[in-house]
Design a binder for this molecule. Structure first.
Ligand SMILES: [Zn+2]
Length: 270
């Protein structure tokens, strides 16, 4: 499942490619035929990301809501687009570019009221709402679930997926089992700012690299080899990059999570 940085990157690239112009929209697959016909010929005013959701605003007043889910994919072509396939739910094109959307969990037109209801259920997104840290802290303080599970709950914080939850907890030195309501103010602030800076870096680069260059023995982030770009994710049984302790894994919120018991001690050092 794409994490928030990917969704924000889609929004930014599609805004650059499509916004401000009249768009030809159609549904090659047919499953979004009526919706596509409604936005066809409208000007796309804005593409906005919130967590793992995308909102497309049209000058007709229509709002298109997309959630990629596990299998959804966008493909953007600036030159020589291939024809869409019969999996393409929605195609959007202007004179310069074409975007194909296939396999999303959600692709629907919604009313402003429905958007408002949806937004009320989505937690603060560090990329969309830099000041959301207080809401994040408030959400954590009300939950007794492990912090490793809390970070995947899109009502607590929006946009964090399985890679980032493991990596940011490592970078902040927090054991994933620690109950969310026992994370103190300093650690909560550190978590929020780490998540924000990692998501921003991922959005800009189009990939997740959390390892600091010095921990990989190289000078710049660009020099980090693909297999060295993460600290703990999918590294169970392998020595920790920082301390050499064996990285552990367990299931948390139905997904595996990895952590280093030395760098992320069960109790914070006093
Ligand atoms: Zn370690």
């Amino acid at each position: 499942m794409p994490e928030g940085h990917t969704i924000h990157r889609h929004a930014r690239l599609q805004r650059a490619a499509l916004a401000g112009e009249r768009i030809r929209a159609w549904s090659p697959q047919g499953r979004f035929e009526a919706g596509a016909a409604k936005i066809n010929g409208s000007v796309l005013d804005e593409v906005e990301a919130l967590g793992k959701h995308l909102f497309y605003r049209w000058d007709s007043g229509d709002i298109l809501h997309v959630h990629l889910g596990l299998f959804g994919k966008f493909k953007t072509f600036e030159t020589d687009p291939p024809p869409p396939t019969d999996m393409t739910r929605l195609a959007m094109a202007n004179g310069r570019a074409v975007v194909y959307l296939a396999g999303p969990t959600t692709c629907e037109l919604i009313t402003p009221e429905e958007e408002e209801e949806l937004r009320a259920r989505i937690g603060p997104d560090p990329l969309a709402d830099p000041r959301g840290g207080r809401r994040f802290a408030g959400n954590l303080s009300q939950r007794r679930i492990p912090i490793g599970a809390a970070l995947l709950d899109q009502q607590i914080i929006a946009g964090v997926g399985n890679v980032y939850r493991a990596e940011v907890l490592f970078k902040c030195g927090i054991d994933p089992h620690r109950p969310a309501d026992q994370i103190d103010g300093d650690d909560t602030a550190k978590l929020w700012s780490t998540i924000r800076s990692e998501l921003r870096r991922g959005e800009a680069a189009g990939r997740i690299v959390t390892v600091a260059p010095h921990d990989a023995g190289v000078r710049t982030r660009a020099d980090i080899p693909r297999e060295e770009r993460l600290y703990v994710y999918k590294r169970g049984g392998i020595p920790c990059r920082r301390c050499g302790e064996t990285v552990l894994s367990t299931e948390m919120a139905n997904r595996l999570i990895w952590w280093c018991p030395t760098c992320q001690p069960a109790r914070p050092p006093t």
